[in-house]
Structure formats: C-alpha cells, structure tokens
Design a protein around this ligand. Structure first.
Ligand SMILES: Cc1ncc(COP(=O)(O)O)c(C=O)c1O
Length: 397
C-alpha cells in the first residue's frame, strides 16, 4: 500500500533513544542522558543577535534556493581559510542542515541499484538515505586495531562496476577517528582513479583534539572535482535547532542538487541563514567557539582517563567529534538481574532501565559490540554515567 522504500526506512535510533530518555526524565526519573548529538551550550549571543538583525532587515522571505549571497560568500572565505579549498559562491548550496545536504547529494547521484561504500561504524542516517534513493549500501568494516579507519585495500575489496559513492565521515561519529593527510590522499586518489564520488561529511571539522583537521578536497584539484564537501552550523556553533548546513562541490552537481532542493524545502530558513552569515563573519571577534572546543577536550580527557583507570572496558581514544565508542564485547553473553545481555540493545536497555543512563547501542552504527556515549553533557553527568556503565560491567555475570 505504501512506498516500499519509505516503509523500509528505520527511524533514527539516536533520536528515538534521546526521546525515550527525555520522556522518562519528564516522568520524574533521574536519567543521565548520554545519547545526545548536540553541544550542551547555548548558541553564542552574537549569533542570536545576528538572527534578530536578520529579521529587522527583512530576511523573512523565500531566498534563492542555494542561499543568500552574503552567507555563501562567507562560506567561500571559510572554506579557503579553514579548509584550504578554493571555491566560488556558485559552488555552494545552503540547506536545512547537513542532513539535507547529504540527502540531496546521495539522491542526486544514485540510480536504482547503484552502490554506495560506507565505512562502518557509520552515522545512522547514511544507509537509510541510500535506501530511499534506490541505492545499495556496501559496508566496509573497520576495527579498533586500525583506529576504525578504512584504507585502499579494504576499498578495493568492495569496488564493483556499480560503485558510485564513498561516504567519508571525518571526524567520525561514533568513533571519533580522524584521518591524516596521507591516509586521505590515498583514499582520494583511489576514488579519482575508480570514478567514485566522495561525499565528505565534515560536520565535526572544528572539533578535533591534539590533531589537525584536513579536508580531503584540499589535497588536489582532481580530488576536489570528485568530492562533495559537507559541513554546517549545528555542531560548531551549537545551532542544531536552527537547521543550517551547506555543501561545496563542482557546479555540475550543485546545479542538480539545487534543482532537487528547489522542489523539496526550497531554501534553508532565511533567518537562520542570516544568523549563519553573522556566525562566520564575526567569529573572530568572539572566543565562544574556542572555549567550547577546549571544554570538550577537557571532558574527553577526563572521561577517557576515568574509563581506563577504573575499568577493563576498552575504548579507542577519540580524536574528534564528541563521542566515545565503548567496547562492550566482554559483556555479551553475560546476564544482569536475570536478563541475558545478548546485544548492544540489551545492554543499552539494562543501562536505561536499571541504571538510569541512556546510551546508544552500537548496532545503530553497524557494530553490535559497542555502545556510544556523548560527552556533549555536563562533566559530572558524564563521569556519573561512566560509573554506572562500569557498575554493570562489574555486576554482570
Ligand atoms: C556525522 C553526522 N553528519 C551529519 C549530521 C547532521 O547535522 P545537521 O544537524 O547539520 O543536519 C550529524 C548530526 O548528528 C552527524 O553526526
């Protein structure tokens, strides 16, 4: 009766769990919610003021589909200064969050049966977007031994004459892995050689710790022409609810994505666009973002330290984003309070029901041996949440 592809789409497990934790909280339970994928900071004041200025200036109507020129020009400057990629405003498409950019990109490239290579663990929405676009997700497994990174050998094994896209999420959600320049160069050259378009999801680009973010599109002209770089305002400026993202790519693909978007959402919210323009234009005058990054780094270090000193749980020390992917394989097959822990979902359920802590089961990211916690929460809550996970680790038999 309904569209088969749409009916098969699974709702976002992260959003579902976060909603469940919020509901339990509002019912009076003292839940520690470590599922969140958004900074627990307010949008910086100068950006809020920018939005008000936007309203007063009349940025309250439909804009060009691709976004207001003021914002696109600021994005061009930022791509040059931060990402080291040279583009013009005609290479930019502003959308309703990086999520819409990703969907626009996948939908605009894929024909029925085309294959999209997705390194696992992966962000929950990629496989569903591919499904909705009629494509087939081809998963490349990675492991903590190789820092959850792919290489050319693993890509070669998955390459077929139907491979159209490689989705590269760097820094990665959920593992926090960050690729270095030489790793990216190899992957970029592989994609060029094999005519595979790279969708580079760099939404966490500003959140790297003790390491520098490198954009794959900055590494050569050929790689740039073969890459769609996606970023946005949600994570960097704590603007998740404003729904503002953008992508940069060759004009040919931007034109198609632009046409697709013109028939779906038309343009990103005009007030959010103006606020985004101010966010970029005036960032150097404020230090709110640097403070936020430092604070994440501080929490990251404390969380890693606490886990390694107080438990046998293993983690791959994250170098970017704001998540820790915790290996819970040693708990699988054990039981707690009569409940057998057969999967990451069982473990997440026990943690929520018995320990009042919400985490995301790794299966949502394609790996059932892990759970993900977010350190975009208050430090005491992160440590208390970790203590409870360790308690389960000690009590499960
Ligand atoms: C890897 C990744 N890509 C894209 C997004 C979507 O970001 P936006 O809020 O800009 O749509 C998220 C959000 O959690 C994410 O984790």
């Amino acid at each position: 009766m309904y569209n088969i592809k749409a009916a098969e789409v699974k709702p976002s497990i992260t959003l579902e769990l976060s909603a469940k934790a919020k509901k339990l909280k509002s019912d009076g339970k003292q839940i520690i919610n470590l599922t969140v994928g958004e900074p627990n900071f307010n949008t910086p004041d100068y950006i809020v003021k920018g939005a008000l200025e936007g309203i007063e200036k009349g940025f309250t109507k439909y804009t060009q589909t691709s976004g207001i020129i003021e914002l696109k020009e600021e994005i061009v400057k930022k791509l040059k200064s931060f990402n080291n990629i040279k583009y013009n405003s005609s290479n930019i498409l502003v959308s309703t969050g990086a999520k819409q950019c990703l969907f626009n990109a996948i939908f605009s490239i894929i024909n029925d049966g085309d294959e999209v290579i997705i390194p696992s663990p992966y962000w929950v929405s990629y496989t569903e977007m591919v499904r909705l676009s009629g494509g087939k997700s081809v998963i490349v497994d990675t492991s903590k031994e190789n820092e959850f990174k792919i290489d050319v050998k693993s890509l070669d094994e998955k390459l077929t004459n139907k491979t159209k896209i490689l989705i590269l999420n760097n820094p990665n959600n959920p593992t926090g892995s960050v690729y270095n320049e030489s790793e990216l160069k190899e992957i970029g050259n592989w994609a060029v050689k094999n005519n595979v378009i790279i969708i580079a999801d760099e939404i966490y680009e500003r959140l790297t710790y003790d390491t520098k973010h490198v954009s794959i599109a900055s590494l050569s002209e050929e790689i740039k022409n073969n890459t769609i770089t996606i970023s946005g305002f949600s994570k960097t400026y704590s603007m998740t609810g404003w729904r503002l993202g953008y992508c940069a790519a060759h004009e040919d693909i931007i034109k198609i994505m632009n046409a697709v978007q013109s028939h779906t959402t038309a343009c990103a919210n005009s007030i959010a666009q103006y606020a985004g323009y101010v966010a970029l234009r005036d960032e150097s005058k404020y230090n709110g973002i640097t403070n936020m990054i430092d604070e994440f780094n501080n929490r990251r270090k404390k969380a890693i330290d606490y886990i390694s000193k107080n438990s046998n749980l293993t983690i791959n020390s994250p170098k970017g984003a704001f998540y820790i992917f915790i290996d819970i394989e040693s708990l699988i097959g054990k039981s707690f309070n009569g409940k057998i822990l057969n999967s990451s979902i069982d473990i997440s359920e026990v943690l929520l029901d018995e320990f009042n802590i919400a985490v995301v089961p790794g299966i949502g990211f394609g790996n059932d041996d892990y759970i993900r916690i977010s350190y975009a929460a208050d430090e005491e809550l992160i440590i208390e949440g970790i203590k409870r996970i360790i308690e389960l680790e000690k009590l499960a038999k």
